[in-house]
Every structure is written in structure tokens, then in C-alpha cells.
Design a protein around this ligand. Sequence first.
Ligand code: ADP
Length: 200
Amino acid sequence: MLKIGLTGGIGSGKSEVARRLAARGAVVIDADRIAREVVEPGTPGLARVVARFGDEVLRPDGSLDREKLGGIVFADPDKLGSLNAIVHPLVGERVAGLQREADDDAIVVYDVPLLAENKLAPMYDVVIVVDAADEVRISRLAERRGMPEQDAKARIAAQASREDRLAVADVVIPNEGTLDELEARVAEVWDDLVRRAGRG
Ligand code: ADP
């Protein structure tokens, strides 16, 4: 199994790259997505969250009200600790299960937004960084996600700088051009990963 850490700042195109690698056969593991899945309606995870924090963290449709829960736990470290004690083991189990299911020669891509910030590079065989200039990311977030420019700038400022992210990269995927250009670079990177995984 070849373990890939995929990262990139908000708006860099990391999700586009993850999708394209999955289409080529990578097993993509997105811990943020799994953290949402383990507390979907009907899950034991959500039942435990409600047992701890009460019905007021539910929306009328029975789904978790993340803003409300966030407001509760981020104001109180003990509560954040107990939420993490519910969610982290469930995420860990799911990730371990996905790893067990993957073939020995699988290329497993971990989608890790804060890889550079949390100094996680040593956990992976190959670190891939999706890179674009801040201005490109700001205009993408405005056009594609309707995010106000000030919000985009604040989010970018709260993350690692481009330089810090590039410093931990084994492979860089520049993404300032078209989606066709991105696809071409992903194809090259995939061939390289297949070689590294000993499949080539
Ligand atoms: P991230 O996961 O890094 O935050 P996304 O992959 O979601 O970023 O990309 C942000 C937005 O920009 C998405 O709507 C995506 O489709 C779009 N996008 C990404 N790369 C390009 C590109 N090269 N050309 C045009 N749009 C792009």
C-alpha cells in the first residue's frame, strides 16, 4: 500500500484533485467527510452526541446542527474533549476499516487539509501539494462558492502559507490554469504514483 497525503489551502483545487485520483483508481480517505458521516441521522454516533449534549443540538429534521454544537464546544474545552472522545474513535474505526479493505498494492490517498499546519508529512510515503496563488484561490472561492473576498482572505490567512506547504511537498500539482491542464498534471502524477507503488 502506498500512502499519499494530499493537501492544499482552501480553494487550491484539492477536492478536484482527490476526485480525479479516485477516478483513476485511488482509494480516497477524507477524514472530514467521515467525521460528518459518523454522526448522520440514525447512527450510534449521533445518538451518543445527543445523549451528551441534548436534543437542542438537533435540527427539526433530526440532523445535527453543527453551528449550534460548535458554539457549545468551542466555548468549553471539557465539552470539546467529550465530543472528540465520541467522534475520533468512530472516525479511526472507519479509516482502519477502509485500510483493511484496500488491496496490498492500493494507492491510498488521505485528504488532509491541515497536513502542513499539523506537521503530518512523516505519516505518508508521498506528500502531494495542490498549489495556486492566493489571488487565484480568492477569486475561485468568490466565483464558485459565493464566498465574500474578506472571508476568503481571512481563511487563507488562518492556514499555512504557500511556502510552508510547498516545503513539505514531494510532488506539487500547480493549479492556476484550466481544469484540462489540471487533468493532464494529475495523469502524470498518477503514472508516477503507480511506478512508486511498484505496479508499473
Ligand atoms: P479545495 O478543495 O482546495 O478547497 P476545490 O477543489 O473545491 O478546492 O476547488 C474550489 C472551486 O474551484 C471548485 O468549485 C472547483 O471546481 C473550482 N476549481 C478548481 N480548480 C479549478 C481550475 N483549474 N479551473 C476552474 N475551476 C477550478
